[in-house]
Ligand binder design. Sequence first.
Ligand code: URA
Length: 234
Amino acid sequence: MKLVKLLANLGYGSRKEVQRLIRAGAVTDEGGCVLGGNDFPPHASIRFRGEPLDPPFPLLLMLNKPDGYTCSADDPGSTIYDLLPPRFALRNPLLSPVGRLDKDTTGLLILTDDGQLLHKIIHPKSGCLKTYHAVLDRPLEGHESALFASGELVLRNEAKPLLPAAMEALGEREARVTLHEGRYHQVRRMFAAAGNHVLTLRRISIGGLCLPEDLPEGEWRELTATERAAIFQL
Ligand code: URA
């Protein structure tokens, strides 16, 4: 890919802006030689104002999402894109969350610009289970696990029953819930259907990928090859 298109796709500016930056000498190789807009050097050798370029397509990263951030780029309030380098919101193809989390849900969020990978992870047939830790308003009554596992629970304003989901009680008001799908507010609505209310909700894993303990809230990093493979380990 020519340098102009590459930099524009990575969010460094419009093609016009990028052309101007290139002409001004902002883009060099690792030895400091100024590059031209029609050059297509190896990605790793390109420097923008002396700094290595952002990672190329396909980008796959995980974020430990804090409370209070929406997953939608055009929300007027705080969004997950505020937690990433500003250029990441301008990439083409777009960097999208793989299965959104509610504003007040925390924990593991994967983002990618690879549409095929995104669909592979979110499709119920992929077998990538999503696991949540929920803290509840009222004590569990004992019937919830069978209700969620039944494959017959129909949420309000929906026609299709939920796929069977697993629930394990972790305490009087605490549960781990594992889903095959990701419907709107699903865990909260499941507990509402069981007569309870979710106080806090945290996603702890996607497939075999667990939220790393050393990734603080609000921080992100690229996935390693091992972590990427773990997503599909059942
Ligand atoms: N279920 C919910 O209710 N909310 C989320 O953010 C994810 C799953």
